[in-house]
Design a protein around this ligand. Sequence first.
Ligand SMILES: [Zn+2]
Length: 82
Amino acid sequence: MIHRDCEDYLRRGLEVLGAKADIFLEEPDPVDGYQPEDNTCPHGVTYWALPTAEQREEWRLLETVRISIPEHVKAQIRKKKG
Ligand SMILES: [Zn+2]
């Protein structure tokens, strides 16, 4: 693998895991409570990944949906489990 491809390889790898991320060569500041995650490529270069603005918005919406499940529905879910 040639180093030129490393950044793209990391970006695509994260996307497969369900996270669209921006990649940085210097450690960025945390954003919206997300800590930058470091990954060192086989050539010894450290890349930093943070979820993109679009990705953060998608996760925020998922969180909103989860929280807005009505209480009586949650109770039914709990009953089925127990
Ligand atoms: Zn590399």
